[in-house]
Design a protein around this ligand. Structure first.
Ligand code: NAG
Ligand code: NAG
Ligand code: NAG
Ligand code: NAG
Ligand code: NAG
Ligand code: NAG
Ligand code: NAG
Ligand code: NAG
Ligand code: NAG
Ligand code: NAG
Length: 357
């Protein structure tokens, strides 16, 4: 009898311990220039469950891991390939071959055509450390190699950001991405890769027409941001979420769609998005949590609110190490509290049963 109770309580406690939201390293981590293999390795070592990356097509149809459509925010392209810019002064990924892109040095993100660093306290943008852009192939091999070498199974969250842009240029970037994943035998929902994009109809295309079984996440933002032609006002309504649940496994909304802030960045309430998503069995992973840029006055309280009050399923963050630390400390705190109360209950039960018998 006692054994039974002990077992029951142990199971309950262990379950409590496992329930922390997922942590997704946004473009790797904040500590080295974004999306480099070095910063992805850091995210892997920190224990991020997912490493989030973006892909663009080069002139010769190679998948380059980079966030912007142009190269100027994170490389020295204007210096290495002068005179190749379009009329707005920017150098577009799609105008350069992989060989040309490999000649560039990657640096911490700056304002394009201006050169000042976006996050002033991060890695110095003027360092001479020779970081490089990489291909999707290299990134997949890094992940699979690290998973094997460490025995820790992390996953890749691949964002196809402007499928419409590529379609206008007569490219199907989704087809190329799926083809590359297939070459690595990554085709099933249980495989360690997930695809996400802001273009909701492209997710439906990937599922239905391209026939992919991979897990898909729907990125969402405000319509006025102009990320894609998708109508996010519809897709974050109950009806829209119901519709999405036929195609995707999770929503990855801007945190602004999940909670409401006043003009000082103080949280004043939450939207129904998470509740509705959970009703339709969709997970919710809002973006982007940055320790050096967030609304309100306490990053810790922000994470706590999203976790305990909104009950999101994960965090897309530039600081996966710090968010993990916050989540795990909280669990440890409550875990030991729970352990004590459960032990107390076990003893009480034992005494009660002994007296009754
Ligand atoms: C863009 O290229 C032209 C030459 O085609 C050059 O004169 C100009 O300085 C370049 N603009 C920038 C911002 O680099
Ligand atoms: C670069 O941008 C920053 C911030 O917008 C601005 O303060 C600065 O004057 C700009 N510098 C140049 C050279 O344009
Ligand atoms: C895309 O293909 C169509 C039909 O083949 C052609 O008319 C159009 O000019 C192409 N667009 C670009 C940007 O190459
Ligand atoms: C990526 O890997 C696939 C499959 O191994 C191969 O067909 C393709 O050429 C590779 N591309 C690059 C840029 O290495
Ligand atoms: C692909 O992976 C599955 C398991 O995920 C495995 O059963 C299968 O043998 C693999 N196929 C190839 C060609 O490696
Ligand atoms: C809802 O989803 C279906 C397929 O899942 C799609 O064909 C349909 O257009 C969607 N409805 C709306 C209003 O977007
Ligand atoms: C924001 O903060 C300022 C200064 O503390 C205060 O005067 C103002 O009332 C606050 N606004 C809101 C919406 O709480
Ligand atoms: C959330 O849904 C409830 C009904 O389920 C509704 O009364 C409420 O106004 C909604 N809240 C928002 C912010 O849309
Ligand atoms: C941990 O304890 C705090 C305060 O008692 C509570 O708000 C929170 O929900 C608990 N967390 C878990 C994971 O039980
Ligand atoms: C197609 C694609 O992957 N696009 C990426 C490149 O350009 C957009 C526009 O900024 C980026 O946001 C995407 O990551």
């Amino acid at each position: 009898m006692l054994l039974y109770f002990m077992l029951f309580y142990c199971l309950a406690i262990c379950q409590g311990l496992q329930q922390r939201p997922l942590v997704i390293g946004h473009r790797g981590s904040a500590y080295l220039p974004e999306l480099t293999l070095a910063t992805q390795s850091m995210a892997h070592a920190f224990g991020a469950d997912f490493i989030e990356i973006d892909v663009n097509l080069s002139k010769d149809n190679q998948l380059i891991v980079i966030h912007d459509l142009y190269l100027d925010g994170v490389t020295n392209v204007a210096e290495i390939h002068p005179g190749r810019n379009r009329s707005n002064g920017l150098n577009y990924v799609i105008d350069f071959t992989l060989d040309e892109i490999r000649q560039l040095t990657v640096r911490e993100r700056v304002r394009p055509l201006n050169g000042t660093q976006i996050y002033p306290l991060r890695f110095p943008s003027r360092s001479v450390v020779p970081f490089r852009l990489s291909t999707l192939n290299e990134t997949i091999e890094l992940l699979l190699g690290l998973n094997r070498a460490t025995g820790r199974q992390r996953q890749l969250l691949i964002e196809i950001k402007k499928p419409e842009y590529h379609t206008e240029n007569n490219r199907s970037i989704s087809r190329v991405v799926l083809g590359t994943l297939r070459a690595y035998n990554l085709t099933r929902p249980t495989d360690p890769v997930v695809i996400q994009t802001f273009h909701i109809e492209e997710l439906m295309n990937i599922r239905r027409n391209l026939g992919s079984e991979l897990r898909l996440f729907a990125l969402m933002t405000l319509n006025r941001v102009g990320e894609s032609s998708s109508d996010y006002d519809f897709y974050r309504s109950r009806e829209g979420i119901a519709n999405l649940s036929q195609t995707v496994q999770a929503l990855a909304p801007d945190h602004l769609l999940v909670v409401d802030y006043d003009s000082n960045g103080t949280i004043v309430g939450m939207s129904n998005l998470t509740k509705w998503a959970h009703e339709y069995n969709l997970q919710v992973y809002p973006y982007t949590f940055r320790k050096d840029l967030f609304p309100g006055s306490s990053f810790e309280n922000l994470v706590d609110y999203f976790w305990h009050t909104v009950q999101v399923d994960g965090f897309i963050t530039d600081h996966p190490d710090y968010v993990l630390q916050l989540l795990e400390n909280d669990i440890t705190k409550n875990g030991s509290k729970n352990l004590a109360s459960h032990l107390f209950l076990s003893i009480l039960t034992f005494v009660f049963i002994t007296i009754c018998l």
